[in-house]
Design a protein around this ligand. Structure first.
Ligand SMILES: [Zn+2]
Length: 410
């Protein structure tokens, strides 16, 4: 193989990936006007249904435009020798190979984040605002962006530095050590996500005294789940959309309910959602997810290690010598067919876990309250009730509302 062939493969993969997203998006949009399934007819009244239809279309137009824009920028970057230019620039700014990797990806990250901000802004303050979802202010929006960027720079920068340093020391054997670093990092973040990352953006408070707390306590006690692991988060400062999740491991486990969820649902519906989250804990889904993601990381790093030293990389990008950062960039594209498959498997697993958590809620509480909670959450976020099957299979981490309701009622 020549460098030119490798470059052509990279471009073809980017085009194929873009085309796949376009086709799935198009198929999904073709089903926007499908009749609502019988069991979901009570989700929307006529007016809310019409609003949900325009919301879907508006989001589709927006994401299509964004997708095309990013695709054009990416293709131009590769075709106009942007890689060689950036490589040259990072070589001139710093001499150490680890720092070169940081400058190289730092510039790519800075440019892509800057390009993304106007789109995020439009989505939040035009689309979400128009449908009454947005609660964020412009100040909060930009503070969030700055915090997010700082966090990526610190965590991403540290990881990149460490991994490229390992490569400079170990060469071919580096993937083993890199895997170890990623494993420690993943377990650490999973454990401390709620106590370190979430507080940067949100406030979490123990549940207030009252009848809801009493009911939650009664249910939690019966399931052997301690009440001091339950928190309410101030999601309402950004959006009216509601959510709940289970996170963490061992003593750091936590079930977090959005304040919007507590506000929108009845007490029995909240217990039902809570029971679903306890199901995730009881079925050890976090532990499975960590194992699955660590196995995938191992596989990814192994393949990455095989590619890294290849001199074809430099040739493909018209650069004089290959380096860690060129390898990582090329790998990001070349690995996409494999990550497409592993992403598919992870989504299948995730949907299976959602069913298990629903089953748990059904067995330990009452299905009718989970059904009405899920319907209410869908209504309040103007969800698409008729997504295309391919879109669900490829991109959904949760089963559709229809699938969940049918199973709960069985
Ligand atoms: Zn769930």
């Amino acid at each position: 193989m020549t460098g030119t062939t490798l470059f052509a493969i990279i471009i073809i993969l980017i085009v194929l990936n873009f085309t796949k997203d376009k086709v799935i998006g198009f198929l999904n949009a073709k089903h926007f006007n499908d009749p609502i399934p019988k069991v979901l007819e009570d989700v929307y009244d006529k007016e809310a249904y019409e609003t949900s239809q325009t919301y879907k279309r508006e989001n589709y137009r927006f994401s299509s435009f964004y997708g095309v824009f990013m695709f054009v920028i990416t293709i131009l970057f590769f075709v106009l020798d942007g890689v060689a230019l950036l490589d040259h620039l990072s070589l001139r700014i710093v001499s150490n190979s680890m720092l070169q990797a940081i400058v190289f990806f730092g510039i790519i990250g800075l440019v892509s984040t800057t390009l993304q901000i106007p789109f995020d802004y439009y989505h939040t303050f035009v689309i979400e605002e128009k449908y009454g979802f947005n609660k964020s202010t412009k100040t909060l929006f930009f503070i969030d962006k700055i915090k997010g960027i700082l966090m990526t720079v610190i965590l991403g920068g540290a990881l990149l530095f460490l991994i490229s340093w390992l490569y400079s020391k170990m060469q071919d054997d580096f993937w083993w050590y890199a895997w170890l670093v990623f494993s420690v990092f993943t377990v650490f973040i999973t454990m401390f996500y709620s106590s370190i990352i979430v507080p940067i953006f949100n406030k979490q408070t123990p549940i207030e005294e009252g009848s809801l707390k009493d009911k939650l306590e009664k249910y939690a006690k019966a399931q052997g789940f301690k009440l001091d692991h339950i928190y309410v988060i101030d999601g309402s400062k950004r959006s009216t959309k509601a959510n709940a999740y289970f996170t963490g491991l061992g003593p750091k486990k936590r079930i977090v309910l959005y304040d919007t969820l507590v506000q929108d649902l009845t007490e029995d519906e909240i217990i039902a959602v809570f029971a679903h989250e306890v199901g995730h804990y009881k079925k050890r889904h976090t532990v499975f997810n960590i194992f699955a993601s660590l196995s995938l990381t191992g596989l990814t790093l192994f393949v990455f290690g095989k590619l890294l030293g290849n001199p074809l990389l430099a040739e493909a990008f018209h650069v004089t010598h290959s380096s860690f950062h060129l390898g990582l960039l090329a790998f990001g594209v070349l690995y996409s067919p494999i990550s497409e498959v592993t992403g598919l498997i992870m989504n299948i697993l995730s949907r299976k876990f959602e069913y298990q958590a629903d089953d748990f809620a059904k067995q330990t509480f009452e299905q009718q309250y989970l059904v009405s909670a899920l319907k209410k959450l869908s209504k309040n976020s103007l969800s698409n009730l008729t997504p295309h099957a391919w879109n669900v299979n490829l991109n959904y981490a949760h089963p559709t509302l229809l699938q969940r309701v049918l199973r709960l009622k069985k």
